[in-house]
Each structure stands twice: as C-alpha cells, then as structure tokens.
Design a binder for this molecule. Structure first.
Ligand code: ARG
Length: 588
C-alpha cells in the first residue's frame, strides 16, 4: 500500500502538473500550523525561480485545480504562496479501510530481504548482569524486531564475553580453593564430571573475590594470566572447567534475558573467534596490512581526513596474546564467511565508539568486509540516576539487573493493587508486564545515543509519555470491546465510518502514519520513532474516547464503525509495543 503522505503528495503533484508546473513541487508535509490546516505544501515558493512566476500565482493556479479533489476538502492559499490543506473525511476513511483489511496494515516489507546480524547484549560470563547491560538488550531487541517486521532476515548474536582474563581469574581462584579437582591434574586421562563443581551463586562470588585479589597482588594476577593463557592454548582440564563456567552462567543469563523478553538466535562468544585467529593473522600479514610495532602486531587505520588521532588497531600483543579487537575481527571474518550479512549492527555503549571505528576501519582495509556490506555502530548513552550520575544502588554499588527489576515489579504490584482488587497471582503477572513496559519504554523513548535519567516514578506513571500509559490505553480499548461484545455486539464484518468529528478524523490520520513510521524507524535504526508514534496515537485515541459516546451511540451502524476503528487502533498499538519488546495485559 502506498504511504499516506505519498498519496497526498501525488494528488498535489498532479495538480501542479495540470496547472503547468513541475509535479515534484507538490510535496506535502504535516502542517506546522495545525490551527490553520492539517497539511501544507510549500512548492509554490520553490517553484517561483524555476517557472519565473510569483509564488502566489502558482499557488492560486494549483488550488484552482484542486477544487473538485477527492483527497482535499480544502486548499487555501496564504501569502506568499503557502497551500494550506485539509483532507476529505471519505479519503481518510477509505485509506484506513484498506489498512484495516491488508496484511501488516498495508506496510510493504522489503522486496529483497537483506541478512542482518545484530550484535547486542554482550554480557560477560560469570559476572552478574548489571544495569549497563540493560540498554544493549532492550535497544538491540527492538532493532531486531523492527528489522524483521520490515521483512529482513535478522540474526541476533549475544557475543558473550567468555574468553578474557575473567576466565583465568575464576579458574585460578578455583585451583586455590579446590586444588584436588581433577581438572587441575595434568595426568588425568578419564572423562571429566558432567556436573559443574560450583553453582551460579558461588561463581558470582568467586569472580569479584578473584578480581579484587588480582588488583592487590601482582603475583596473583600473573597466575591468573597464566591460567588464561593455558585455557586459550587448549589445556584440557582448563577447557573442561571453562565449559562448566559457560554452561552454568549461560543458563542463568537465559533466565534473566527471558524476564526481559529478550532472546538471541546465536549464543556465540568471543571464544568462538579463537580458532579463526591464527588464519586471520596470517592473512593480514600476507596482505601486507599488519606489521610489527614495538613488538605488537598492528594495522594502521588512520585516514587523511581525520580530525582526531585514530590509533592503529592492535591485532596481537607483544606476548602473542589476542585482545578484544582480535576476537571482534575474527568474529567479523566468521560472520562474513558463514552468514554473509548485508549489514552488521553493533549495539554497544557509546564510549566504545573509537574502538569500533578502529575495528570497522581495520575490517574494511583488510577486506574482511567488502564495500557493499554496511557496518553500523549504534552507540547508546548512559543510564543515569536522578543525581545525573551513572545509576547505582542506594548504597552506591553497581545495581544488579535482577534486583532492579524485582524492585520495579514490587512497586508496580503495589500500585496495581491500590487501584483495584485483584487476585494476587493475576496482579503479579500484570505487574510484571507493566513494569517491563515502564522500563523498556522509559529507555526506548529516548534517542539511543543520549544519556537519560532512570526515573522510576515517572516511568511507572499511568499518565504522560510512559509505557504504562500506552498499556493503559490498549487495555481501555480492550475493555470497551469486551463490553460491546457482552451487549451482544459482534466484532466481525465491521466497516469504518466516514469520520464526522474532528477527533475521529484525527485518530484516523494518526493511524495512517503507521507505514511511513515503520519504514523510517527501520531505515534510521531508531526505535524511539515507534515510541513517539504510539504516544501520539494513544493521545489521539484518548481524545476521541473522551469526546465520543461510543457504546451509547444509538445509530448501530455508526457504533459498529467506532468499534472497527477501535480494533484497528488496538491492533496497531499492540503491533508497535511488540516491536518495542513488550506486550499489554487484558486488564490492569
Ligand atoms: N562484553 C562487552 C562489554 O561488556 C560488550 C561486547 C560488545 N560487542 C562486541 N562485539 N564487542 O563491554
């Protein structure tokens, strides 16, 4: 289906043409004077030079052509040559009627689907998820859903931090605590136990302890580095232990991400690049890209046009050890070989932007990635507390994601039980849904690159630009529909009204923006556009609701038309919240 604004522009363009002017001048946009008109066209001003004619004359001639228009009910000329327009209610209704019956509301998904890899989440194994991981998960999940809706093949990869020093720290600390474990016996030839010698809570205690010790004690750190090296070079017992750490940790991560309604197609990690590294290094050396500088192997990535210093990309440290860069480049090589994506999107803290600039340049220069493949870094800002500093617990520590979500769930449960009586287990389920909407919408409604203040009270409010307000609106619609049904009404075979009130027409016009909005959110990798759209839509619905007697409407046909509009509005809203990664309950 053509986009709403495009259709309107076409009508305007053909009027320009009939009047003897260039059709491309007929571009119509939303009015920036909604008190005067709904849409406007400024083409007459732009056309003055081309056609050597006063804008007002052009505008008058175009308006004349639109007197009988089926699209515009009003085209007024305002000096120096603005065309101020209103739409025919029947045109709006017909467009919505088509949307209502079309698949995906008439949104035209991509003709040639692309393959897109989204690298998001990025948690580190054996470390609990903290709020810093929240944004990547929430934003990445939404980008994934939007891109899929746009018709593409999207692969979400969690890219676990599972190969660095943190692994060596845990293994070394374990070797001190339980030296008799078979994993540490170099002569052991049997099969290693299936059960891990620790639980997730033990792991979560072992890591910070080991990390603390290594900071104070250089010998301890050296031993942990040695353990990391042994692990990476394939010592059997260490690998077996590492597999346990991974399994225990991943099981816990899966649980946590499930609570967030976030899931990944691939649970790969930095370690998966390991076997590729030697070949990649060889390739970079042979291609003449990589050279030794102060003992380390590097690739120059600076460019003449740089305004700031971009240091070389280090491929191997002087001791031959690989780095964060190395695993990322190896992962790119792997993805290009096995997935062959058209684009790679990384959703990572924006403080890593220089790092990704280096990695991307290195990947291009060394031709791991061809010019036809797009590389996007979606760097997100920091989630701050009300004091404007990075979000912390009340005690000033790092807030665990699990605890944050628990706290919000409890607050929401209180709020819901204050509002109405409800069975405890139902209330809990609803509270979890609304709390998730509060957190996700609070995050996604900001442009990703901006820092934002995590203001729990505001995010949880049922009023204003919040997730709960959106859900409340959906639930309000559902409840009207249920009442209509219980009064004997059917939700089948309905047809929209030709709108006769301003609020009904306005609601329809908001819904009509859906197609263009989805396309834009996809192109710009911008979930906040979905939020802005549903906020306007929810407002338009609530205005309509307050100004219209829906269920008490006496004309049954008209009432049925309202119901059709409500269903469409609900469906569009629910589709959008799904794109954001949450959903609405039946009641709240
Ligand atoms: N594990 C990393 C961290 O916690 C994030 C990984 C981001 N993704 C990537 N491909 N480097 O900072």
């Amino acid at each position: 289906m053509k986009k709403f604004l495009d259709l309107i522009s076409e009508e305007m363009g053909s009027a320009f043409e009939r009047a003897g002017f260039d059709a491309t001048l007929g571009k119509v946009s939303l009015s920036n004077r909604p008190d005067l008109c709904e849409y406007q066209c400024n083409g007459a001003m732009a056309g003055a030079k081309v056609h050597k004619k006063a804008p007002i004359m052009i505008a008058n001639a175009v308006a004349e052509e639109l007197k009988e228009s089926a699209v515009f009910s009003q085209v007024e000329v305002a000096p120096p040559g603005f065309l101020n327009c209103k739409l025919q209610p029947a045109f709006v209704a017909a467009y919505l009627e088509e949307m209502r019956t079309a698949e995906k509301f008439g949104y035209e998904a991509a003709n040639e689907p692309e393959t897109i890899v989204i690298d998001y989440g990025g948690p580190n194994v054996a470390k609990p998820l903290h709020v810093g991981h929240l944004r990547s998960a929430i934003i990445g999940e939404s980008i994934k859903r939007i891109s899929r809706y746009a018709g593409h093949t999207v692969i979400g990869d969690i890219h676990l931090g599972d190969w660095g020093l943190q692994m060596g720290l845990i293994i070394y600390e374990l070797s001190l605590r339980q030296p008799d474990l078979v994993y540490f016996d170099p002569d052991f030839t049997g099969e290693y136990p299936k059960e891990a010698p620790f639980t997730i809570s033990e792991l979560e205690e072992i890591y910070p302890t080991a990390s603390g010790k290594s900071k104070e004690d250089p010998a301890y750190k050296a031993a942990a580095m040695e353990a990391t090296f042994k692990l990476q070079s394939g010592v059997k017992g260490y690998r077996a232990l590492w597999k346990h750490i991974l399994a225990v940790s991943v099981a816990d991560l899966k649980k946590n991400y499930a609570t967030l309604n976030v899931d990944f197609d691939l649970w790969k990690g930095e370690s998966d690049g390991h076997d590729i590294i030697p070949g990649m290094v060889d390739y970079m050396k042979k291609g003449g890209y990589a050279y030794i500088s102060e003992g380390a192997l590097v690739v120059d990535v600076k460019e003449e046009t740089d305004t700031k210093e971009i240091p070389p990309c280090m491929i191997l440290k002087s001791d031959g050890a690989s780095l964060y860069n190395t695993t990322d480049l190896a992962t790119i090589m792997d993805r290009m070989e096995h997935i062959k994506p058209n684009s790679l999107i990384y959703v990572v803290d924006k403080r890593q932007d220089l790092y990704f600039e280096q990695v991307f340049r290195c990947a291009r220069k060394t031709k791991l990635v061809g010019p036809e493949t797009k590389l996007h870094f979606v760097g997100f800002g920091t989630m701050n507390g009300k004091d404007g500093k990075p979000f912390k617990t009340r005690e000033g520590g790092v807030m665990r994601l699990e605890n944050l979500l628990k706290e919000i769930n409890q607050e929401m449960l209180k709020k819901i039980l204050e509002n109405r009586e409800m069975d405890e287990s139902e209330a809990k389920e609803i509270a979890a849904m609304v709390a998730l909407a509060a957190v996700k919408y609070g995050d996604l409604s900001n442009q990703a690159s901006k820092d934002y203040i995590f203001d729990m009270e505001r995010f949880m409010s049922f009023e204003g630009d919040t997730g709960p307000y959106i859900l409340y609106t959906i639930v309000r619609i559902k409840s009207i529909l249920n009442k209509y049904k219980s009064q004997g009404g059917s939700l089948e075979n309905l047809k929209l009204n030709c709108p006769d009130s301003d609020s009904e027409k306005n609601l329809m016009k908001e819904i009509a923006k859906f197609n263009a909005m989805v396309e834009n959110a996809y192109q710009e990798i911008a979930p906040h556009k979905v939020c802005a759209f549903i906020y306007d839509l929810a407002n338009a619905f609530n205005r309509f609701y307050h100004e219209t007697k829906i269920l008490t409407e006496e004309n049954e046909e008209k009432k049925a038309g309202y119901i059709a509009l409500l269903i469409l509005c609900r469906d569009v809203l629910e589709t959008c919240v799904d794109l954001l990664g949450f959903s609405a309950p039946e009641r709240m």
